[in-house]
Design a protein around this ligand. Structure first.
Ligand code: FMN
Length: 310
């Protein structure tokens, strides 16, 4: 796995940006532990993002990234903030990033787009991305149509830039499997929700530990913004609105502000508990460092025994 050499990080593990959640507290802990911490912009104002960038720089001199969300209402301002604050790595997603590439490259940013299929991978490579994150539909949050492992080899073969595998990665076995399928690194989101440093309400963390393998659901397919989340009262209500075709206004009445409701207020019934498909792997709260070091220790062991057996 070679993305760590390219970005000068110890381990090929990205912490996926999480709207309303990944502040410097989490991203800084991940970067300090040798992964790539990622500050989210979703749910935050440009001033808040600037504050978090300044904070993470005080916490660590290790590389970190900022995730730019194309549909963010203040995307132009956020573009300025990352450049003014000397950010070196960005990931970008939730919309078409094409028109910003010139600006990013002119300002020497290393751009790593989140992509959902081969065509997108090839497009961002031609625009000058240094790597891309392929996120399969097992992931928590906004998702595309393809699943991680069926599509990963094909996507890796279709570009020269490194591909980071995201969506459904929780264990050393997943990481080794992703590597065998061609990935240069992995990005985990849901797993880091259970880190001690994730600024998420305790009830949010508890519900992830208690949930079982089939407890996620995808809402927003009819509004063209599919989202994977924990199956709670809100998710079931949103699905009911979609199935009965009650319209976007009714949908938004429940969806608006629901992310913060879950993350900050701990309303795990009527808030949006974004999470991926791996509840069986979420058993305890650990520090970000423990998550990364335990997985990498297991990965090295697994890799050695895999080589011996083959
Ligand atoms: C709570 C939550 C919020 C997320 N918010 C964002 C976001 O703002 N921007 C983004 O690019 N991806 C976002 N994601 C996706 C993650 O960055 C990551 O790619 C994904 O979680 C990986 O799949 P996994 O959940 O199976 O580990 C979010 C995921 C979760 C679980």
């Amino acid at each position: 796995m070679k993305i760590n050499e390219i970005l000068n990080i110890k381990y090929p593990i990205f912490q996926g940006a999480m709207a309303n959640i990944s502040t410097a507290e989490l991203a800084g802990a991940v970067s300090t532990a040798g992964g790539l911490g990622m500050i989210a912009t979703g749910g935050f104002s440009p001033d808040e993002v600037r504050r978090e960038i300044r904070k993470i720089k005080k916490m660590t001199d290790k590389p970190f990234g900022v995730n730019l969300v194309m549909i963010h209402p203040d995307i132009e301002e956020l573009n300025k903030v990352v450049v003014e604050e000397g950010v070196e790595i960005i990931t970008c997603g939730a919309g078409n990033p094409q028109k910003y590439f010139d600006y990013w490259l002119k300002n020497k940013l290393k751009v790593i787009p989140i992509i959902a299929n081969k065509k997108m991978a090839q497009k961002v490579e031609s625009l000058g991305a240094i790597a891309c994150v392929f996120e399969g539909a097992e992931a928590g949050g906004h998702i595309g149509k393809l699943n991680t492992f069926p599509a990963l080899p094909e996507i890796c073969d279709s570009v020269k830039i490194p591909v980071i595998s995201a969506g459904g990665i929780y264990t050393a076995r997943h990481i080794l499997a992703a590597e065998i399928l061609g990935a240069s690194g992995v990005q985990m989101g849901t797993k880091f929700l259970l880190s001690r440093e994730a600024p998420v309400h305790e009830k949010f963390k508890e519900v992830l530990i208690e949930a079982k393998d089939r407890d996620t659901i995808v809402t927003g397919v009819t509004t063209n913004h599919p989202i994977r989340c924990y199956k709670n009262k809100l998710a079931e209500k949103l699905l009911e609105i979609e199935i009965n075709n009650l319209g976007e206004e009714e949908f938004e009445k429940y969806a608006r502000g629901s992310g913060k409701k879950a993350v900050r207020d701990g309303d795990v019934e009527w808030g949006s508990v974004l999470a991926g498909e791996g509840f069986e792997y979420l058993n305890k709260i650990e520090s970000a460092r423990e998550i990364i070091e335990n997985i990498m220790k297991e990965y090295e062991k697994l890799k050695r025994s895999f080589k011996e057996k083959n």
